[in-house]
Ligand binder design. Structure first.
Ligand SMILES: C[S@@+](CC[C@H](N)C(=O)[O-])C[C@H]1O[C@@H](n2cnc3c(N)ncnc32)[C@H](O)[C@@H]1O
Length: 333
């Protein structure tokens, strides 16, 4: 019996490219971060399958305004946004998570040539892209598990050259980088988006805006404690994957607005003096000592556009919600 070539019917399973960082990178980053005088852990490691599922739950909390606000902008201004992106584009989503917001774009775009979801959370990415491919049967879907700080070769669609390549980076995930790193990141991806032979691409990027610190602190410390569980999952992941013995009850979640740096910062604070083991290393914690786990920088529209210009882009359009909580920028590459 001949196997059906489902690609002919537009119902292929997504292409899956696995360039995930090695487990040794996780171990190295944890040992290095906990050995520093001011302990820290890289926020990319929040996202294993459990962390990604917890992030989706955070998005549903009443306090976490960014997700529903960005969705409302994509809904209200979807037509204008799609016009800016243009027809026959290859859409590359960075930190694609559950690939939910992109559906609002896909519903508006004219004849997109392909979708590439790029995320570090392997199983979550795979399932999200499988769901997307099932719901958009004529769309060519590619899932790439990788760290977007690495050089990631993006394959062109199988069915020919797109008119241009467009990056989609929602969720204000860029805010997890310090402004100099964010600028360098944008500049590096600009070269990927301007790839040979196409009409010059662009980036559609969601950026959270500066606001009353009380709104921000509530968003990063919801009453149901889901963000706290998300933060603590990093220690649970170290226990699971690196033979750690963190007692999660001995740490508490803390989220603070840092007015000097313009960011929300998250910490895990030791409730007592304690020694923790990770692999074959031991780390001493004093009562009140913190592990810095995440920064989320907030911008003004003008401040973000100035940074995008320095990274080589032309900020060509911006959409916001009526309360000015969140912004979605179209940057020509
Ligand atoms: C704040 S969540 C946003 C998810 C989704 N894009 C949204 O807007 O709701 C950040 C996403 O980026 C991914 N991510 C974080 N660091 C990453 C890295 N270094 N490389 C690739 N993906 C990363 C996470 O797995 C997660 O899905």
């Amino acid at each position: 019996m001949a196997l059906l070539d489902l690609t002919r019917f537009g119902r292929a399973a997504p292409r899956f490219l696995d360039m995930a960082p090695a487990q040794a990178d996780f171990a190295r980053a944890v040992i290095d971060g906990l050995s520093r005088p001011e302990k820290q852990l890289p926020c990319a490691f929040f996202y294993d399958s459990i962390g990604s599922a917890l992030f989706d739950k955070i998005c549903d909390t009443p306090e976490y305004y960014p997700t529903r606000t960005e969705i409302s902008i994509l809904r209200d201004d979807g037509e204008a946004i799609a016009q800016r992106l243009g027809r026959a584009v290859q859409l590359v989503e960075l930190g694609s998570g559950s690939s939910l917001k992109v559906r609002l774009l896909l519903n508006q775009l004219e004849a997109p040539m392909g979708y590439v979801g790029l995320d570090i959370s392997r199983d979550h990415l795979r399932m999200a892209c499988e769901r997307l491919a099932a719901d958009y049967p004529t769309l060519e879907v590619t899932a790439i598990c990788a760290d977007y700080h690495d050089e990631v070769p993006i394959p062109p669609p199988r069915d020919g050259m797109p008119r241009r390549r467009v990056g989609f980076f929602p969720g204000s995930t860029l805010g997890n980088l310090t402004p100099p790193h964010a600028e360098a990141f944008l500049a590096r991806w600009r070269h990927v988006l301007r790839f040979g032979g196409t009409e010059g691409g662009g980036m559609l990027i969601g950026i959270d805006l500066r606001k009353d610190p009380a709104i921000l602190e509530a968003a990063y410390d919801d009453a149901a404690g889901i963000t706290a569980t998300f933060n603590l999952n990093l220690l649970a992941r170290i226990n699971r994957e690196l033979d750690g013995n963190f007692n999660l009850a001995a740490f508490r979640h803390l989220a603070l607005w840092d007015a000097d740096r313009g960011c929300m910062s998250m910490y895990l604070v030791s409730r007592l003096n304690q020694i923790v083991r990770v692999a074959d290393q031991r780390f001493a914690f004093l009562e009140g000592e913190a592990i810095h786990t995440e920064d989320s920088f907030k911008y003004t529209i003008e401040g973000f556009q100035a940074m995008a210009r320095r990274a080589g882009y032309t900020p060509a359009a911006v959409w916001t919600d009526p309360d000015g909580l969140f912004s979605l920028h179209w940057l020509e590459a």
